[in-house]
Ligand binder design. Sequence first.
Ligand code: HAM
Length: 423
Amino acid sequence: MSIRIPRGTQDILPGQVEKWQYIEMKARDLCRRFQYQEIRTPIFEHTELFQRGVGDTTDIVQKEMYTFEDRGKRSLTLRPEGTAPVVRSFIENKMYGNASQPVKLYYMGPMFRYERPQAGRYRQFVQFGVEAMGSADPAIDAEVISLAVSLYKELGLKKLKVVLNSLGDKESRSAHREALIAHFQPRIGEFCSDCQNRLEKNPMRILDCKQDRDHELMKTAPSILDYLNDESRAYFEKVQSYLTALNIEFVVDSNLVRGLDYYNHTAFEIMSDAEGFGAITTLCGGGRYNGLAEQLGGPETPGIGFALSIERLISALDAEGITLPVNETLDCYLVSLGEEAKDYTVQLLYKLRKEGFSAERDYLDRKVKAQFKAADRLNAKFVAVLGDDELKENKISVKNMESGEQVELDLASFVEKFKEIYQ
Ligand code: HAM
């Protein structure tokens, strides 16, 4: 039996990969404009980083991590997300001491979660994410949200919904926590075992339970927005007013709790409203994590960020019928006729490529007609034809495949002349 690709992973083949490259290029360009710099952290980290960072009670840590012991008996984990690794690196490299604060970083790379694979849910997926650390200015919350929205909009997506919530500061959360415990405790026996565990450890996560979402107590659960203290409320109002100033439409949903433990204040998700998108409509998620650096052993540092997967972004583009303007043309295809001419194209091809042109020739001993067909398949803008006779006369003929125009050029100065006719 032949070996197949692991469940929940995918090969991104030529024809598809150009879309990925285009999106990656757009994301990098946005980060340049928004002044976020790239950071690359390892694919695996010490397991403890995610236990402490993402949180012991989360689905990610409890059920979804690819954890293994290496030969040195260390417990390592393939990263399920990028925030904890970036904050670890921020602390380890003492970036808090840099003159340029806040530290604004972005990353793009594979993440791993042992989830039940379905449309839009993979076991290996690529996240593009940003993290801004060192500022507690609500303007940076709006900046981070607007960066994500800009990526989607600039790629052509229209059916977007920004959902916003505030999880408040420590004080607000602990007041809300008490209210949630009082609300659920009398009837916690009617909830799943996960929720029963969550009641004491992290009752807010009950609100995010997929199994119990229709329980009547869910609808009447105390809303975090009623427990925000003055400071948290003022912060949340400021974020909203900045988003309004940026013309970013959003809805406030107090049930948006997010699946990771490190959040406080701003939490947000961007969903696709496109018809036929499927069950999983969340394209992007993020929020503020002011206590995370401290929790990981660093100095108190406010932070905010988001992550989105390229897989879901591509699904959203497909659902809205958007094709990306990917450049799939070849500058020049060299057709040869005769043995000597064929040999000569080896150096000609190399010269064209050295000058920056994309160029190709035949490697299968095809007849002239089949070589032209190959040039067509590659979307060649120009086809240069060299026969043994032309070679003797030191000439080469070049055809513009769009206009049909044909010229004869001097072979010795072909590449220089080609530069002139190439527009
Ligand atoms: P998250 O909500 O777990 O947050 O994931 C963020 C995004 O990653 C999701 O909205 C989705 O686009 C994508 N994603 C997650 N799981 C999968 C999957 N199995 N297959 C395909 N795509 C997936 C985080 O990861 C946080 N680190 C975000 C963050 C950054 N918060 C602050 N800074």
